[in-house]
Design a protein around this ligand. Structure first.
Ligand SMILES: NC(=O)c1ccc[n+]([C@@H]2O[C@H](COP(=O)([O-])OP(=O)(O)OC[C@H]3O[C@@H](n4cnc5c(N)ncnc54)[C@H](O)[C@@H]3O)[C@@H](O)[C@H]2O)c1
Ligand SMILES: [Fe+2]
Length: 463
């Protein structure tokens, strides 16, 4: 007799348990089933010093004749924006510039941008700037394609209706001028929903740019403070996606592939991107911040931002990001030095990194091996470290890294938060379901989750 051969796919670390349970004989309720597949989506990326000048030809090759250029008032003055204009003019392409993007956008600033785009009826979008610009351009593209939609339709549930994007959007080329968000590769756009006092966003793979043009000549002019905070965003994207729950622990299994979330949990492809981005960030971010002439470090940081973008754009982020949205939305008045804005601001990268030591102390027990590997990326000798101390080892490495980088708050107190703010911060985090569902060790039961988040915010007060 020939023994039955069970074929296990070559992703067995993740899939064995699912494969063993697989059976199509009786119908099952997908809402109770765990995920079994993952899908990688990323924009096309071109990387190289000077490649911005090709963008006019790209637009022509895509058949664009009427381009909406999106930027902010600072970036508009930089060589990057001038190069974009020259490149479009060289190809005889018509364009209009919207340069009123708000840094760390709000729903009102996004609506103002959409109101600009609708009557212009562009056949392509070109974003030149940091994450604030690229995210705004994505939403201009979305809502000009769905002119009848209500603004909350596509916003992540439960704050919005979480409607999937089922139409093809216009081409969007993104030219990042910061090394941070990775927004040039992802289907995510983030903004402050003022009425809810928390950041949220829209996430769907159809929102991602057609092409990301990563030109390291464009990031050189970033002030040191922007280099540091955008780089800390890369650090947290890589660490959170690396430690997120595995994709096949996520429920429910989507009933239709269009419902599969962009943020799916750690998977064997995102792991490669996330770990590589982490190693590069630890090595190059301090150099890039300290020395404006260190072009190698700046170039490597732009690459790391994009790598991390591919990693977290598919695996997702978890607690640092989930907690950061109310931290920046409920800012008690902190104004980060080095940012050219008129009011208080906790830059996104600062708001994610401030809780990172507390977060990884908490997530350590979920996967000590991964936390030890991450600590090792910071240069920690982990040979003698016990598994139960893995989270602490990573947290200590992060605390030292943040202190060495300089100009970072040593916890939430440094931003003006105190114990009296904890309840509101917790309530602003709970609706961030899209990222919290990927947080390892976070309870599903609401009261327990609330308690854990309270402890996390208290732990994050100082580090
Ligand atoms: N879409 C995503 O997946 C994603 C991921 C993380 C963060 N975000 C969002 O992105 C935003 C943050 O974006 P960011 O960190 O890239 O910065 P940013 O776009 O907010 O820009 C920060 C500041 O730097 C200036 N600036 C940008 N490039 C410059 C350059 N080359 N030289 C000089 N000044 C320059 C800007 O004018 C601005 O004042 C936040 O709203 C955050 O929530 C999005
Ligand atoms: Fe981020």
């Amino acid at each position: 007799m020939v023994a039955a051969v069970r074929v296990v796919p070559n992703i067995d670390r993740y899939a064995q348990r699912t494969a063993a349970r697989r059976g199509f004989a009786s119908p099952m309720d997908p809402s109770q089933q765990k995920e079994y597949a993952f899908e990688m989506a990323a924009s096309s990326i071109r990387f190289g010093p000077g490649c911005t000048q090709e963008v006019g030809m790209d637009m022509k090759n895509m058949g664009a004749k009427r381009v909406c250029v999106v930027t902010d008032s600072t970036v508009r003055q930089l060589t990057a924006a001038q190069q974009v204009e020259e490149a479009l003019a060289r190809e005889g392409i018509q364009y209009e510039i919207f340069d009123k993007v708000r840094i760390e956008p709000k729903d009102s600033s996004i609506k103002e941008a959409i109101d600009f785009a609708k009557p212009y009826r562009p056949d392509a979008f070109l974003a030149v700037g940091g994450g604030s610009v690229i995210d705004t351009a994505k939403l201009m593209n979305l809502y000009t394609e769905y002119p009848e939609a209500d603004f909350l339709d596509f916003v992540n549930a439960p704050l919005g209706n979480g409607r999937p994007i089922d139409r093809k959007l216009k081409p969007l080329v993104a030219v990042p001028t910061t090394a941070g968000t990775g927004s040039e590769t992802t289907g995510t756009a983030i903004f402050d929903l003022v009425a809810k006092r928390a950041k949220t966003g829209i996430a769907h793979r159809n929102l991602k740019p057609t092409l990301g043009l990563c030109d390291p000549l464009n990031t050189r002019t970033m002030p040191a403070a922007v280099k540091a905070s955008s780089g800390l965003d890369v650090l947290c994207h890589s660490l959170e996606s690396w430690t997120a729950i595995p994709f096949n622990e996520r429920t429910p299994r989507p009933a239709n592939p269009i419902l599969r979330p962009a943020y799916q949990g750690a998977n064997p492809i995102s792991d490669i991107f996330s770990l590589s981005a982490l190693r590069s960030t630890v090595k190059y971010l301090p150099r890039a911040v300290r020395d404006p002439e260190d072009f190698e470090a700046q170039s490597e940081m732009l690459l790391a931002a994009t790598l991390a973008g591919v990693g977290f754009g598919n695996a997702g982020v978890h607690l640092c990001h989930g907690m950061s949205y109310p931290i920046s939305g409920q800012n008690p008045g902190y104004r980060h030095a080095g940012y050219e804005v008129s009011g208080p601001i906790i830059p996104h990268g600062v708001s994610v990194a401030v809780s990172a030591p507390a977060v990884f102390r908490f997530t350590g027990p979920s996967n000590p091996e991964r936390h030890l590997a991450a600590a090792e990326a910071f240069g920690v000798d982990v040979t003698g470290v016990k598994r139960e101390d893995a989270g602490r080892a990573l947290a200590d490495a992060l605390t030292a890294f943040l202190a060495d980088l300089g100009d970072q708050p040593a916890g939430l107190r440094g931003l003006g938060f105190g114990p009296e703010h904890v309840d509101a911060l917790v309530e602003g985090t709970i609706p961030q379901a899209r990222v919290l569902m990927l947080a390892p060790g976070l309870a599903k039961e609401l009261e327990q989750e609330r308690e854990q988040l309270r402890d996390l915010f208290e732990d994050a007060m100082t580090h």
